[in-house]
Design a protein around this ligand. Structure first.
Ligand code: TSB
Ligand code: ZN
Length: 582
């Protein structure tokens, strides 16, 4: 998807188009007052105060029509430079512009504004020369938006749009936008009954429906098996802890703004946990450890709660209640490299199974000047950062470095992916930590009988089941592979009167799989179309030929071919497909 902000010419064009939008709104609603109209990655928007009026689809077409009219008229866009006093006078009827002007630097005497015909807007510019250049635009959507993003302020009307220099580019972009919205996991998740949300449960708190629960269970089984083979031990721990636990870990000081507020129960003060590390530190400390026992790998599918801004929560991708595919690996300093390498290899292995190809490794480092977020121990940080770099270089992996993205306890390797809509997000992560083991006074006995402090690797391969499911729904456009699909096989008898009995016997035979039998009295074509709409990987079509020959005919999702095989061959085929995960 094109990012308008990355193209200077397009940015100017879109900025001018935001002014054109404001001018058209002013023509149609003379009392309108204007806040800001910035360029964004998707085009532009303008926040407008329309009194009590709420924008409708009908208004949008009227505004678009008016914009076309003004553009055709072709007025020049002219820059003026005025003093702060003049600006305050010129915009005296618009409290939003006055807000902007009064906050401008006293010494910065030059304030610029741009006029086009009967409309003038306060603006730094630059702009195109004439509104004539604004020919190929489209208003995309509208929503309410609080003034300055504060819900105690007035709700303004935000209108989004985009503009291109040619019709072809606009159409291409709109087509891409349409495709992205088809791929949006929120849309797919709704259509395929994967998850729902409800105001009574709350923002960012999705409910996994039966179909979603199947996907999640399969993901859990899949990664559990991998982790078991690699020597991980899984635990279950509570999704709350006392405030003291998070004071000990440092989360209370460094991560509080991401946490839900605490609650008092009897004499204890609890907090919903945002991370599982403190619990796992205590699990480690429950036993004495010798250097021979390490690495110890403690895993958990663990529910966490985080405060995410209400504007940031998004379907399953960014939630306030999430389940991490988490583990904490307790290692000796000499094992860091090898263990870190194993984690990276596991990430690559899983991505291979899921066919994930478009991702970026990001080495997230501390911002040395941010003494508040990051504990102050240069040597510890430098050692940790060098260690990660060393392994990445050994593995010949492509990565880039991001300052200020480290966790408060250490540097990390993040894997970034691009969702259908919106900015990149982190999926997998592996984080090095010299701090928490100290804070929890963890130890092991070395070969000389002395106490040593272990190092911890925090890692989540899927990240969270929530985010990973969102991503995989978008990658597959909802057409999940056979092993993950909520319904794996759909059996359609051509004619219930003659073929239903045999179809039922097939369902019985396939009882190890997730099978549906469509015995509704609907036309074959209709049932076939529904099977495709629900993205079911295999559809069995059972007619007289199949009954007579005691075999099956199937179609794979996305294919028009019907293949006839014996029952035994069919079972072998699906077993093979499930095992290969393709
Ligand atoms: C890996 N303590 C570590 C853990 O041991 C930790 O919590 N790391 S994290 O903060 O990076 O979170 C782990 C993963 O959770 C992230 O990589 C990301 O994939 C996922 N995640 C983070 N926030 C959210 C969210 N709001 N919604 C969905 N998934 C999230
Ligand atoms: Zn952790």
């Amino acid at each position: 998807m094109k990012n308008i902000l990355e193209d200077e010419k397009l940015s100017v064009l879109n900025h001018s188009c935001a002014h054109l939008l404001a001018q058209a709104v002013k023509h149609l609603y003379p009392k309108a007052k204007f806040w800001v109209g910035p360029v964004i990655a998707e085009g532009f928007y303008y926040d407008i105060d329309l009194g009590d009026k709420v924008i409708t689809d009908d208004d949008i077409s009227k505004i678009e029509h008016e914009m076309k009219k003004i553009a055709k008229d072709g007025k020049k866009i002219i820059r003026h430079e005025i003093t702060k006093e003049e600006a305050l006078e010129m915009f005296k009827d618009d409290p939003y512009k006055i807000d902007l002007i009064t906050r401008m630097d006293e010494n910065n005497t030059v304030i610029s504004c741009y006029s086009q015909g009967d409309f003038t807007d306060l603006c730094r510019g630059p702009h195109v020369e004439s509104v004539k250049e604004l020919k190929y635009f489209k208003l995309l959507k509208f929503s309410g938006a609080y003034f300055k993003g504060d819900k105690n302020n007035k709700m303004l009307q935000r209108i989004y749009g985009v503009c291109f220099p040619s019709e072809e580019e606009l159409n291409d972009y709109l087509q891409e936008l349409q495709e992205a919205s088809e791929r949006d996991h929120r849309k797919i998740g709704k259509n395929l009954n994967i998850f729902m949300t409800h105001d009574l449960v709350g923002k960012g708190m999705p409910l996994w429906l039966p179909n979603g629960a199947i996907v999640r269970k399969e993901l859990e089984n899949y990664i559990y098996k991998k982790e078991q083979k690699l020597g991980y031990k899984h635990v279950y721990t509570p999704c709350v802890g006392t405030v003291d636990l998070y004071k000990t870990s440092g989360h209370w000081d460094h991560y509080k703004e991401n946490m839900f507020p605490s609650m008092k129960v009897d004499e204890e003060e609890f907090v919903l946990r945002p991370m599982n590390c403190p619990h796992h530190m205590l699990v480690y400390a429950n036993d004495l450890h010798s250097y021979r026992d390490l690495p110890i790998r403690i895993g958990e599918f663990a529910t966490d709660f985080r405060y995410e801004a209400s504007g940031a929560v998004k379907g399953l991708e960014r939630v306030r209640c999430m389940c991490q595919n988490d583990a904490h690996l307790f290692v000796r300093p000499d094992q860091i490299g090898e263990e870190f390498k194993k984690v990276v290899e596991l990430i690559l292995d899983v991505y291979h199974d899921f066919g994930i190809k478009n991702y970026k490794f990001r080495l997230s480092l501390r911002d040395k000047s941010d003494k508040e977020k990051y504990f102050d121990d240069d040597k510890m940080w430098n050692d940790a950062e060098d260690k990660l770099r060393e392994v990445l270089n050994d593995l010949h992996l492509d990565y880039y470095e991001a300052i200020g993205e480290a966790a408060f306890y250490g540097p990390k390797l993040d894997v970034e992916v691009k969702p259908a809509i919106g900015p990149e997000v982190t999926l997998s992560t592996c984080q090095l930590d010299f701090l928490l083991p100290r804070r929890f006074e963890l130890s092991y006995i070395d070969s000389d009988g002395n106490k040593q402090i272990p190092v911890v690797l925090h890692r989540a391969i899927f990240g969270t089941f929530d985010r990973f499911t969102a991503f995989i729904l978008e990658e597959t456009k909802g057409a999940l592979p056979l092993w993950l699909s909520p319904v794996q096989i759909n059996i359609i008898p051509v004619n219930n009167e003659y073929h239903l009995e045999y179809a039922k016997s097939l369902k019985e035979m396939l009882s190890d799989y997730r099978v549906e039998l469509d015995e509704r009295n609907e036309k074959l074509g209709y049932k076939m179309r529904e099977s495709v709409m629900h993205k079911i990987p295999i559809t069995l079509i059972i007619g007289q030929k199949e009954v007579d020959n005691n075999n099956v005919s199937y179609r794979l999702y996305g294919s028009e071919d019907t293949i006839t095989v014996s029952k035994e061959e069919f079972i072998k085929f699906i077993e093979d497909k499930i095992n290969k995960k393709n």
